[in-house]
Design a binder for this molecule. Structure first.
Ligand SMILES: Cc1cc2nc3c(=O)[nH]c(=O)nc-3n(C[C@H](O)[C@H](O)[C@H](O)COP(=O)(O)OP(=O)(O)OC[C@H]3O[C@@H](n4cnc5c(N)ncnc54)[C@H](O)[C@@H]3O)c2cc1C
Ligand code: SF4
Length: 322
């Protein structure tokens, strides 16, 4: 690991001042469960590490406008919070699906959204596109875990469990910078490799993620997060689905379907949402929604299994929220 200067920040103002002073040579650390692995592997080589120890960013507050969750809130608290379990079930389930109990105690919601790709070429000693190299090793290499939707030129998959759930629930994020604060729909927070292969989100080097904001859930809606993985202990998603659905008298009034683990950013399955709306939910419609969720998929040589996996998850989620 390269030597670095360790700094603590106990307020947002202090963190922003330290970021500015570092002029792009610093990395923010929340729980450190992702960043420290990158540093030990020599992928991240910051001059400075700014440890966010900011009590104001560790909160869960509910009121009539919805829910606000500080970026430094540990995922174990998100998973166990009674109002999240009740009103934002998909988020509680997604947080509970992240890693192991130890990782959930130290890993934060903000870090979960800002984590870097898990592609094994990126994490290994391969100078791939994402590291400024000239090619994507996954295209002709081991691509079992890579993207089937929206990939190219990089075929990484978005690794966060909470991001699909938050997007399905209509979340926004509050971003703090020396220029003030801005609130952005989470759906617009992530950047696909086609837009910019070097980063995964819109944060500038002098900005930090401060808070996640959720509107009240639609009346009568139910939400669910389903994750398929190879192992029962900690593991990233082979495919996942977050679904928020409002059903009245057996018919779907509206649904939001967001996929994880199959595309470089959380993937909104708009065709599946479209086919559900206004229709009576039954096995056949749920199957059709599953099929449309992967419409246009272009699997690589070793990951076509993700199509069927995703179809099945969507079908099950539709039926389970009816
Ligand atoms: C063994 C193992 C298993 C894992 N399993 C899963 C899993 O199943 N699902 C999953 O989603 N993740 C998984 N992870 C990834 C990771 O642990 C989680 O995403 C965790 O929530 C990251 O949070 P953190 O606070 O530790 O982030 P950190 O490591 O502190 O930060 C991660 C990244 O986000 C940036 N960052 C952190 N906070 C902010 C902020 N407030 N503003 C701007 N940038 C910020 C950091 O600079 C860094 O680049 C796993 C990791 C390990 C090591
Ligand atoms: S999928 Fe992306 S991160 Fe992985 S090798 Fe290809 S360019 Fe690199």
């Amino acid at each position: 690991m390269k030597n670095f200067r360790y700094q603590k920040a106990s307020t947002v103002k202090e963190a922003l001042a330290q970021l500015k002073a570092a002029g792009g040579a610093a990395k923010l650390m929340a729980g450190g469960t992702d960043l420290l692995g990158e540093m030990k592997d020599g992928i991240a080589r910051p001059e400075r590490v700014i440890h966010l120890r900011i009590p104001q960013l560790n909160h869960i507050q509910a009121d009539s406008k919805g829910l606000r969750i500080g970026a430094l809130t540990p995922l174990s608290q998100v998973a166990a919070h009674p109002q999240i379990k009740e009103g934002y079930t998909a988020l509680a389930q997604a947080a509970e699906e992240m890693g192991s109990p130890q990782l959930r105690h130290i890993g934060t919601l903000g870090g979960n959204l800002c984590q870097r790709p898990r592609c094994w070429y990126y994490r290994g000693e391969f100078p791939c596109l994402k590291k400024g190299g000239e090619s994507c090793y996954a295209v002709a290499g081991q691509n079992k875990y890579h993207a089937i939707l929206g990939g190219g030129p990089c075929f990484m998959v978005h690794p966060s469990d909470t991001a699909p759930a938050l997007i399905a629930l209509g979340a926004s994020v509050k971003i703090a910078s020396p220029r003030g604060e801005r609130v952005v729909p989470l759906e617009q927070f992530f950047i696909s490799p086609r837009q910019d292969g070097s980063r995964e989100h819109i944060l500038q080097p002098d900005e930090l993620l401060a808070e996640v904001q959720l509107p009240p859930p639609p009346e009568g809606s139910r939400s669910l997060y389903l994750k398929a993985r190879e192992r029962r202990c900690w593991d990233f998603a082979l495919a996942s689905v977050a679904l928020v659905q409002t059903v009245k008298g057996g018919a779907c009034q509206g649904a939001r379907v967001v996929l994880g683990g199959v595309a470089p950013i959380p993937y909104r399955a708009l065709k599946a949402e479209g086919v559900l709306k206004g229709k009576r939910i039954d096995e056949a419609l749920a199957t059709q929604a599953g099929q449309l969720a992967v419409f246009g998929a272009r699997p690589l040589s070793q990951n076509s299994y993700k199509e069927e996996l995703t179809r099945t998850l969507v079908r099950r989620a539709v039926l389970a929220t009816t």
